[in-house]
Ligand binder design. Structure first.
Ligand SMILES: [Fe+2]
Length: 337
């Protein structure tokens, strides 16, 4: 039987692939946004500043702090990549989301399993780059290769997982080719996956199955519970797979953003450490909006990994603030081996 030998949870946001100065490119958008999600409500920038004035966020978003937090994230990413390389897994399953990269409102599946031979990605064209929101294009080398690149899929495992998921009540979308949308801002696999290829696998991408979830876009986002149960089904199927493969599982996304909530993120770490499925499953939709919704990929990976005997620690947690309103991206890294 196949063996799950590694589990990794990682964030993948632009703060991991840009300089502390470049983090501030998002500030004008922070000020312009009248409805930032924070906890279960929506607030403008000035209201967030007032609500959080006792937290010392101006200090926590100073250049000195941003520089320290950026360096700590890079060290954590290196540790994750070193562990991945040392483990020697030969197959991977990656739970990630699509941020209207492959799919848009014309077609937005809830869960998609990629069952093709090749996942492709490529750098943005100049025209695409001009459409990117401020501060996003600078992060591109962190999740896109410098030239058109194909990475190996795993059709046999993907079709086995699709069959198993369907027989367990998950009506799965399948994709054997990644779509190329006309006049679209992006082409190729989304950043949730590209980040793992580039930064954790260091472009040494093993045959793998991307499982793509719509965590962001209403009204068909699967709930936390549904994501956990989907991941648990995948984990059970992997352990029963008649193969001698050594499998790595990734959950890519989160943590709280674009307004950081450290207490919420700690709750996620605590639930992972305690294998506390119910806490993860009970997180309501109003807590899992905007970028924070990507933690559903962590929850799916937890579903797959809680029933293994793997164990490990938090490598690091860095709330990467860029403003006194608490805007930014919280970064976290965990592995179990
Ligand atoms: Fe993301």
């Amino acid at each position: 039987m196949a063996e799950i030998v590694l589990g990794m949870w990682t964030t993948h946001g632009p703060t991991l692939s840009t300089t502390p100065d470049e983090w501030l490119l998002r500030l004008p958008a922070d000020h312009a946004n009248k409805a930032h999600w924070y906890q279960t409500g929506r607030y403008d920038f000035a209201t967030l500043v007032e609500m959080r004035k006792s937290e010392g966020l101006a200090e926590k978003s100073s250049l000195d702090e941003r520089t320290k937090r950026n360096a700590a994230c890079r060290a954590a990413m290196n540790e994750m990549a070193d562990v991945y390389a040392a483990t020697g897994s030969d197959v991977a399953v990656i739970f990630g989301n699509d941020q209207q990269e492959l799919f848009n409102d014309a077609l937005m599946p809830a869960f998609t399993v990629f069952n093709g031979e090749a996942v492709w990605n490529e750098p943005s064209s100049d025209e695409q780059a001009a459409r990117h929101p401020p501060g996003i294009h600078a992060a591109e080398p962190g999740h896109k290769p410098p030239v058109y690149t194909e990475y190996p899929g795993h059709p046999e495992l993907a079709n086995y997982l699709i069959g198993d998921l369907v027989s367990n009540g998950f009506d799965i979308t399948r994709a054997s080719k990644l779509p190329r949308l006309e006049n679209h801002w992006h082409s190729g696999i989304g950043h949730a996956f590209g980040f793992v290829y580039r930064q954790i696998m260091r472009d040494q991408v093993c045959p793998h199955v991307p499982i793509i979830t719509n965590t962001f876009f209403p009204p068909n986002q699967p709930t936390a519970r549904r994501c956990f149960e989907m991941g648990r089904t995948v984990g059970r199927a992997l352990k029963a797979w008649k193969s001698d493969a050594r499998i790595a599982i990734f959950g890519s996304g989160g943590m709280s953003h674009f307004v950081i909530d450290e207490a919420f993120d700690r709750k996620i770490f605590d639930a992972l450490a305690a294998r506390d499925a119910e806490t993860l499953c009970a997180i309501g939709e109003d807590w899992l909006q905007s970028g924070t919704s990507e933690l559903k990929n962590w929850i799916a990976a937890a579903g797959a990994l809680f029933e293994t005997d793997l164990a490990g620690e938090v490598v690091d947690y860095q709330p990467c603030y860029r403003s006194e309103a608490g805007t930014g991206t919280a970064n976290g890294f965990v592995y179990w081996n």
